[in-house]
Design a protein around this ligand. Structure first.
Ligand code: ZN
Length: 395
């Protein structure tokens, strides 16, 4: 598109905005480009293929993308079972659970030290329960996903705890959780088959649009996925929106600030890619005007959370979201640190992140494109674009 427009103009004058990239159709198309790669798990060929696809998406918008490598020890999930008596239940490892073979302990209902803690999702978040197990001296952890899917199907929320820890930890569905609760006090045997890929090289994929002044604005979002699901709204959707923003900025008038679009890997295991990028570019990040994180933009349910360092900006997003027809908008008083904006905030960069995160498909195998309402996802995307465009003075 960009090349064609240049040829048509016959000059190197800035090309006037003529395509609306921020439509539901384009968002769906871009999301599918990533989900059709298959699972984008660090340490697998899917991660590499996803990086290539993101580069192609930037390229199709007229930008040049580069790969910024970083090296880390990747945790790989695998099959897991827990056995009580003659009953064998299948489970999903919670990272970074170590590989254990016939690890025996007692199944606790009281959370007693030295026993396997059994948690229910209705009682709290995975990360907090992981930390409680770890610091409470549990020998292992089992977490049951209490909620069922819309059709009554079982769900299993997998996830990641604290890097460097090796607590045997698994997630199970509601049916298994209820069965285990009735077996409290019995001996339980864990078999968890996980591994570490040491010194793996992952890539952040970065594209830049030059601005009028040397002050950066960062748009970040992760392309890696947690497990074998499509990881559609978390976060193929966010990266899709990012590449559309990039196309829209690229074809318009020169923005006030330099804009860096950064698609990261390794988020699901502790923001590894964004931390690495911020470390590699610390002086640049220090001078940042804004970081916009695109993650969990629009899931199948829950309120639309708006979080911004600047309360005035937060109000502008809320108004923009309401104008886009989003009804259940919640203004958060502070910015939570759960995504790629966090390392930037650590360098004092004001942040903006919006999304629907209280969703039953979060980190389950059912985070698939069939559950994304792309009309509403596009509305969520445009409500953030409005603020980005205002900041860049290209609106
Ligand atoms: Zn996630």
């Amino acid at each position: 598109m960009w090349l064609f427009a240049l040829l048509a103009c016959g000059s190197e004058d800035p090309v006037q905005a003529d395509i609306d990239f921020l439509t539901a159709d384009r968002l769906e198309e871009a999301t599918l480009r990533l989900t059709e790669v298959g699972p984008r798990i660090p340490g697998t060929p899917g991660e590499e293929a996803a990086a290539g696809e993101v580069e192609a998406m930037f390229r199709d918008g007229g930008l040049t993308a580069t790969r910024a490598p970083f090296q880390w020890d990747v945790w790989m999930t695998g099959p897991a079972t827990i056995t009580v008596g003659d009953r064998v239940f299948s489970a999903e490892p919670i990272g970074p659970s170590r590989s254990v073979s016939n690890f025996q302990t007692a199944l606790s209902s009281e959370g007693a030290s030295g026993e396997a803690a059994l948690w229910f999702s209705s009682d709290g978040g995975l990360f907090g329960q992981y930390l409680s197990s770890m610091f409470g001296g549990s020998s292992a952890m089992i977490r049951s996903t209490d909620v069922l899917d819309y059709d009554g199907g079982q769900l299993v929320e997998a996830g990641y705890g604290l890097s460097g820890n090796s607590l045997p930890a698994v997630a199970v569905d509601q049916e298994t959780g209820l069965a285990l609760a009735a077996l409290a006090g019995e001996k339980v045997t864990f078999n968890i088959d996980t591994s570490i890929v040491p010194d793996h090289i992952s890539y952040n994929v970065v594209a830049k649009v030059e601005g009028e002044i040397d002050v950066p604005v960062f748009v970040v979002g992760h392309y890696d996925s947690l497990h074998l699901s499509e990881s559609a709204y978390d976060n193929a959707l966010g990266v899709a929106a990012m590449t559309l923003f990039a196309s829209q900025v690229q074809q318009g008038k020169k923005p006030r600030y330099d804009v860096y679009f950064i698609a990261t890997s390794g988020l699901e295991q502790g923001l590894v890619g964004s931390q690495a990028w911020v470390e590699q570019n610390a002086a640049l990040v220090d001078s940042g005007h804004l970081v916009l994180a695109l993650d969990g933009l629009w899931s199948s349910e829950g309120p639309f959370f708006v979080e911004a360092s600047d309360p005035e900006m937060r109000k502008r997003v809320v108004t923009a979201a309401q104008e886009e027809g989003i009804v259940d908008v919640v203004e958060e008083p502070s910015v939570r640190l759960g995504s790629d904006h966090a390392p930037f905030m650590g360098h004092g960069v004001p942040a903006l992140i919006c999304g629907r995160w209280e969703d039953r498909h979060y980190h389950t195998a059912n985070d698939t494109v069939e559950y994304i309402d792309f009309e509403m996802a596009a509305a969520a995307m445009r409500s953030q674009w409005k603020i980005l465009a205002e900041e860049l003075e290209i609106d």
